[in-house]
Design a protein around this ligand. Structure first.
Ligand SMILES: Cc1cc2nc3c(=O)[nH]c(=O)nc-3n(C[C@H](O)[C@H](O)[C@H](O)COP(=O)(O)OP(=O)(O)OC[C@H]3O[C@@H](n4cnc5c(N)ncnc54)[C@H](O)[C@@H]3O)c2cc1C
Length: 479
């Protein structure tokens, strides 16, 4: 009897809703899957759960899609037990490249200090690296006690801790609602939810809600929870300054006029130990960009099958545009099915995922409606004083950026970076680029970074501890 060819091998980067859905859809269709994620547990940002050692009695209390999270976890565990999926936790992927041959090589770092190199060779890739939060600076934003809204949520869901007994939740976007509700449910006094947009503009769009009754119910649930806990909600308001010496003690919030400027004389001081602040999300696209995938604005461009324009590379979830966990699930499912069919050398049948495709269309339309309503104040950069640090890694102030623009003629983020070092530090501009673009008066464009994570020189040089133990066609580790 001739040897049977090993099943094709798919590497999925990111074990959030999109990556999990892709991995599961491919695995049930006879594909060997390696699922890599930097986190110690699957679930991504939305289904993040506390470590088992913390002994949480009711982890579901902090989730509004617990049943989905459980279903995904149980399916993943079943596929791992059956040897169809290998789940590599704590693996930080820093690069994916084509070759050798028609394969792809995924390079990751693992271990307590993320210094141990690992490689996965696969016939195809699904990139499901999600998004990250956008935070715009304001005087005092570097004080201890000021955290990102998603960071506060991640801390609560992942470690069951809160960073202070009194909090203000501020910025813009639908994420602020679950963050404020979650903190309040955990016993934090939420002194205010400060939203710079006017969500009533969304409520007035009846057709949007008619198509999304579940979203309306979810929003109403959060609103009711905030009302029950007497959390004041200030819309068309913004934080203009955070106060404190060694750590945060209070924030000043002020009303915005119709044009997005702070209305003089409306400032009020709110004492708090924590400010959880976020101004929306940005897609995480480093790996796709290094592979040469085309972009649509700031997101990875995909076709109806979730394929990028690099053959053999699919992308799903928030790396292709911000839209929430349900949309990520639908996109991941389609990507997994399409990849499985094509890896088996067959033509995918879109009829098979018609339900997911309909959900994707509907949820993308809803995401577009949200995006048109939630936006940081149009003139927010006017509030950034010259002394405010914009690039925290390289300690570059707003004044230095303005000087680069007005005195030295810089007209884009890259030139500002060359003149001031803003964006040259550890985070490679992930945090400061939106603010630098705002201060420079240019649009935020994708920044091509060769590596998605900092990499030790020894790993780049392919030192002696470099291991290649993942290309074993049986799917078992060998080294
Ligand atoms: C901090 C944060 C908190 C959030 N909280 C809420 C909330 O409370 N409610 C809500 O409705 N929505 C929330 N969201 C939005 C929601 O999480 C997303 O809509 C949804 O999770 C997107 O799913 P995804 O699979 O596309 O990406 P994600 O869930 O973000 O998953 C991406 C995964 O990729 C991994 N990854 C990324 N880069 C690499 C790499 N280079 N190497 C290895 N692994 C990598 C990450 O560790 C992560 O597990 C939050 C988002 C963030 C960023």
């Amino acid at each position: 009897m001739p040897d049977r060819a090993p099943a094709p091998h798919l590497a999925v980067v990111g074990a959030g809703p999109a990556g999990l859905a892709a991995a599961l859809a491919a695995a049930v269709r006879g594909v060997r899957v390696t699922l890599l994620d930097a986190a110690p547990q699957a679930g991504g940002q939305f289904h993040r759960r506390p470590a088992a050692a913390l002994g949480a009695r009711r982890p579901q209390a902090l989730h509004h899609a617990w049943r989905t999270a459980e279903r995904l976890r149980e399916s993943l565990e079943a596929h791992v037990r059956a040897g169809r999926v290998r789940h590599l936790t704590d693996h930080h992927v820093w690069c994916a490249e084509p070759g050798p041959g028609t394969e792809f090589t995924v390079h990751a770092l693992y271990g307590p200090e993320q210094r141990e190199p690992a490689e996965v060779r696969a016939d195809a890739l699904v990139l499901a690296t999600g998004g990250y939060e956008k935070v715009l600076p304001f005087p005092g934003w570097t004080l201890p006690g000021v955290v990102t809204a998603g960071g506060a949520q991640a801390m609560l869901k992942g470690t069951l801790t809160v960073s202070g007994r009194t909090a203000v939740v501020a910025g813009t976007g639908p994420l602020l609602l679950p963050v404020a509700a979650g903190l309040a449910a955990a016993g934090v006094t939420v002194a205010a939810l400060v939203e710079s947009a006017d969500p009533k503009a969304l409520l007035r769009r009846t057709p949007v809600w008619a198509a999304h009754p579940a979203k309306l119910a979810e929003g109403a649930g959060y609103a009711a929870a905030l009302l029950r806990r007497r959390v004041p909600v200030l819309t068309r308001h913004t934080v203009v300054e955070a106060h404190g010496t060694d750590r945060l003690e209070a924030v000043t919030v002020a009303a915005l006029d119709a044009g997005g400027r702070v209305r003089p004389g409306t400032g009020r001081r709110i004492p708090c130990a924590t400010l959880a602040v976020g101004h929306g999300m940005l897609p995480q696209t480093d790996l796709a960009e290094t592979l040469g995938c085309s972009m649509d604005g700031l997101a990875v461009r995909v076709d109806a099958e979730q394929r990028t324009d690099v053959p053999g590379v699919w992308a799903a979830g928030e790396t292709t545009g911000i839209g929430g966990a349900e949309l990520s699930l639908a996109e991941g499912h389609i990507a997994g099915r399409s990849a499985a069919a094509r890896l088996h050398g067959t033509r995918p049948d879109p009829e098979g995922w018609a339900r997911a495709a309909r959900a994707r269309d509907r949820l993308r339309a809803f995401a577009a409606a949200l995006e048109s309503v939630y936006a940081p104040p149009a003139h927010g950069t006017e509030q950034i004083t010259d002394g405010t640090l914009v690039c925290r890694c390289e300690e570059v102030t707003a004044g230095a950026v303005r000087e680069a623009v007005t005195d030295l003629g810089a007209g884009d983020v890259r030139t500002v970076k060359l003149l001031t070092r803003a964006g040259m530090g550890w985070c490679q501009g992930r945090i400061c680029a939106p603010a630098v673009a705002g201060l420079t008066g240019c649009a935020l464009t994708p920044t091509r970074r060769p590596f998605a994570r900092p990499v030790p020189l020894g790993v780049l040089a392919g030192g002696p501890d470099h291991r290649d133990d993942m290309s074993d066609p049986t799917g078992r580790e060998s080294g």
